[in-house]
Design a protein around this ligand. Structure first.
Ligand code: ZN
Ligand code: ZN
Length: 408
């Protein structure tokens, strides 16, 4: 067994415990030789969720002009959604002040609120596909971000479907329609423009086509193979750094070509067929194998993809936080990939520059207040308070008199 660590970033104790762990679990020998300094990452992963990462305290440090910060807001499946693991969502912050959200799966808003971000900057969401574990908290985002500092329209980017009814535009418009009562009731108390949601649907058959370009940031998309036509992957380029977010997919030729040599590459890694059948209590190995390996990517497939793409950091998500399943994932990946790797958990945070990638875990209390809003949010146009019918207002009880409304 050989574990070679090229950086002196870990205390002896950590190395010893990693070796003990690797020995106990019989993980295949592999080399860790990152081409650039990588703090903690590789060993943390190979200890399969047993390492305590250094803490990142949100809003206590500025991003440097050449730095990218990536936060896992959710890394799990549609079920179960737990306190420890929400469905898929990722936040990418850039040194130029831009912030991008990739997917906004169910439960992920809880982690986003915990970070207390500046919501005035959070007006762009890129959806990989329309499974609820990838956009199930969009309603919570529309309303929550509007209440907490967003005063401009929310832009949602995503692929078309095989027919218009299955595309991003139809889904977003239907959701906004479902929220009609909510949005109308808040418009005027909150900034009018913040209640608007703008879908930007592009052809899911785009092959590495630009779907966003602004402020030195370019985002391209390409198709993924998952469930129905319409799932896509993204590559963000900025300031010589590249971030790839793979939508749910089985290994596909486009990803191998267009994610190649990116700095930070996220790709799904599903439980093995056996792991999935046991986890979901499914009798049918046919169904488990189809889901795990024909519309998703099992661990050995993930490893093969990353061996071809060769990122500075490979990140696996869409996992289950159970030790035996994670162990199976790790062993499967290490059969086919020996490069820098993270099996992501919620609230892991990576800082990426041209020279370094560091990994920490965001820490915040269970109870937080909404973040401070900006002056621009306070001054953004509001059309006035909503009115209710005479019928309802005649129901006001004379036994309580509210304070007079201040003149503004
Ligand atoms: Zn999916
Ligand atoms: Zn999914």
């Amino acid at each position: 067994m050989l574990v070679k660590v090229s950086r002196k970033t870990n205390a002896t104790l950590r190395l010893v415990s990693a070796l003990v762990f690797l020995g106990l679990t019989g993980i295949l020998a592999h080399k860790l030789e990152p081409s650039v300094p990588i703090v903690e990452a590789a060993l943390a992963v190979d200890k399969a969720n047993t390492t305590q990462l250094p803490s990142y305290f949100p809003n206590t440090e500025e991003l440097k002009p050449d730095e990218m910060r990536i936060t896992a807001l959710g890394t799990g499946l549609p079920t179960p959604i737990t306190r420890a693991q929400k469905s898929t969502a990722w936040m990418v912050e850039l040194g130029n002040g831009d912030v991008f959200i990739f997917d906004i799966g169910t439960g992920s808003m809880e982690n986003l609120f915990g970070l207390r971000p500046d919501f005035s900057k959070l007006d762009k969401i890129f959806l990989s596909h329309l499974h609820s574990d990838h956009f199930g908290d969009l309603d919570a985002f529309i309303i929550g971000s509007w209440l907490s500092g967003r005063y401009t329209p929310l832009n949602i980017y995503g692929g078309s479907g095989e027919i218009p009814e299955l595309g991003t535009k139809a889904a977003v418009e239907a959701l906004v329609k479902a929220l009609a009562w909510d949005i109308k009731g808040r418009t005027g108390i909150l900034p009018d423009a913040g209640g608007k949601v703008v879908p930007h649907e592009f052809d899911y058959k785009n092959e590495n086509q630009v779907v966003y370009e602004k402020n030195g940031v370019t985002i391209k998309s390409w198709p993924a193979i998952h469930s129905l036509d319409g799932s896509v992957s993204y590559r963000l380029e900025w300031n010589g750094l590249s971030f790839v977010f793979g939508g749910d997919t089985r290994p596909n030729k486009w990803f191998i070509e267009y994610a190649k040599d990116a700095d930070f590459v996220i790709h799904e890694c599903f439980p093995t067929p056996e792991g999935l059948a046991a986890f979901n209590d499914w009798d049918s190995m046919k169904n488990a194998t189809f889901v795990s390996s024909y519309i998703h990517t099992p661990p050995e497939g993930f490893g093969k993809v990353m061996s071809a793409v060769k990122p500075r950091m490979a990140v696996a998500f869409h996992t289950v936080l159970l030790p035996d399943i994670q162990q199976g994932m790790l062993e499967g990946i290490r059969k086919t990939y020996d490069g820098p790797l993270t099996i992501a958990n919620d609230l892991m945070v990576w800082n990426v520059t041209k020279d370094t990638i560091t990994m920490r875990e965001a820490v915040f209390p269970d109870r937080v207040t909404p973040p401070a809003t900006t002056e621009a949010y306070q001054k953004a146009p509001r059309s006035g308070l909503a009115k209710m019918s005479k019928y309802i207002m005649d129901g006001v009880w004379k036994g309580f008199t509210p304070p007079p409304l201040p003149k503004e």
